[in-house]
Design a binder for this molecule. Structure first.
Ligand code: NAD
Length: 435
């Protein structure tokens, strides 16, 4: 099939590569000329394991994937367009401006297109958006009718950054929200390579809701683990023992049951905020999720509290920060607890050196946007810990396992996966009451 992905960020690039990998002819669309240029050279603009190799093969060798700035041409040249633009947080609400812009653009293109075209909302949007915003604009700008002249589908994205390529090629589940059989059939054809057992067929609004229900459940589970770890710290209990034991119960499962300095990233924080807001607007508040947001907001402080409990005030100290991305194996630092920690340390007059295997560029950009320019970005973990009075490791990149034995100053880690704090006199971890 011929498929266009509109918006060439994490979701667009990874899904476009996945679709071309399965034999479709794919066009990526973006408004950023630098992105389009880079993608046409087979160079991803994000860090995801396996993506560069895949793009090199698909763009340069097989020539089944290309990028363009021209949305109209891309819609005309394809049978399906998947909307993958951002839906960021705007003061606790969802910002639909990118979605609206793209829906208008696709609508204009549909006006002059003869063949049936399916428009798919892949971006995360609050329930009601696909029908009340996207479809209204598509019909208005095309002069055509959904279900008759073109198809509308909501196909939420569940990829996990860090393993996104793998998730796109071997997804756990595929949700298709449609309102007519023809569109459902075309979408099933697009995913012809996937087993039937992976599919859930629902209505458009239910598909939107499923995405939020999943993310808010996982954010709640992480927050549950974090609050238990905070309690375990206070009560002198090893949180890892407790969380692993309850995770062994199949009704609970060990996934997303690890404590740390808080959830972050481009999805959980904004999605939980957006659905909390949607609940308030509909007079059906999500009280649990309101608390999840509040607890997560201050969870990063527990790492700082742990440090102050062991070494006294950290004000004006020299601090090494290892790990800036919100989790390992990604360059994404959006809503990363590490950046919250840095903002706090800067407010306390600390001298900061920071290092992250992939997240340096985005972290620098995001901190500078907040006028935080005092951070020294180092080229290696070794340089980062040099002369530090203490080291904080909010993100558990595996490669930090090698540096930890070389650190001689007090070191505070957000996750227990890196090392056993008992093996080092100077290493302390959240949820581990080492006295
Ligand atoms: P992103 O910010 O990385 O990428 C969005 C892209 O859209 C950017 O390249 C931007 O230049 C482009 N864009 C903006 N306006 C455009 C326009 N008018 N026409 C064409 N391109 C335009 O976003 P993302 O992380 O890929 O997320 C996209 C959506 O998918 C969001 O709704 C997000 O919540 C959802 N999602 C993201 C993930 C994830 O892990 N990143 C996972 C699941 C769902």
């Amino acid at each position: 099939m011929k498929i266009s992905f509109v918006g060439s960020g994490y979701v667009g690039q990874v899904n476009a590569a996945g679709a071309a990998h399965y034999g479709h002819e794919v066009i990526l669309v973006d408004i950023d000329p630098k992105k389009v240029d880079s993608l046409n050279k087979g160079i991803p603009t994000i860090f995801e394991k396996g993506l560069e190799g895949l793009l090199q093969e698909l763009v340069l060798k097989k020539k089944t994937l290309r990028a363009t700035l021209d949305l109209q041409q891309a819609v005309h040249a394809t049978d399906i367009s998947l909307i993958c633009v951002g839906t960021p947080d705007k003061g606790g609400m969802i910002d639909l401006s990118y979605i609206q812009q793209v829906a208008k653009g696709i609508g204009k293109a549909l006006k002059t297109k003869e063949n049936y075209h399916v428009v798919v909302v892949k971006s995360t949007v609050v329930p009601g958006t696909s029908l009340n915003t996207v479809n209204v604009l598509l019909e208005q700008y095309s002069g055509k009718k959904a279900g008759i002249d073109f198809g509308l589908c909501m196909n939420p994205e569940f990829l996990r950054e860090g393993v996104a390529v793998e998730d796109s090629i071997h997804p756990d589940s595929i949700v298709l929200g449609t309102q007519d059989e023809k569109t459902k059939k075309i979408m099933r054809e697009m995913y012809a390579w996937a087993e039937e057992s992976k599919f859930t067929y629902v209505g458009i609004t239910a598909a939107e809701a499923i995405k939020y229900a999943k993310n808010s459940f996982l954010a709640t589970k992480i927050t549950f683990a974090n609050e238990w770890a905070n309690f375990c710290d206070a009560a002198g209990i090893d949180a890892k023992e407790v969380l692993e034991a309850i995770g062994a119960d199949r009704r609970i499962s060990p996934m997303f049951l690890r404590n740390g300095p808080g959830y972050g990233g481009s999805c959980f924080p904004k999605d939980v905020n957006a659905i909390v807001h949607a609940g308030q607007v509909r007079h059906s508040p999500f009280r649990i999720l309101e608390e999840v947001v509040a607890v997560n907001h201050t969870q990063y402080l527990h790492l700082i509290d742990l440090a102050q409990e062991k070494i006294g005030s950290i004000a004006r100290r020299k601090v090494g920060i290892l790990g800036l991305s919100f989790k390992p194996e990604t360059d994404d630092t959006r809503e990363s607890p590490a950046l919250r920690i840095i903002s706090y340390l800067v407010s306390q007059g600390c001298e900061i050196k920071a290092y992250c295997p992939q997240g340096m560029e985005m972290a620098k950009e995001m901190l500078e946007e907040r006028r935080i320019t005092e951070v020294n970005y180092m080229n290696s973990a070794e340089e980062c810990i040099k002369d530090a009075e203490l080291v904080l490791i909010p993100t558990d990149w595996v490669e930090f396992k090698e540096i930890i034995p070389k650190i001689t100053v007090p070191t505070f880690i957000g996750h227990r996966s890196l090392v056993n704090p008992d093996d080092y006199a100077n290493v302390y971890a959240l949820g581990y009451p080492k006295r």
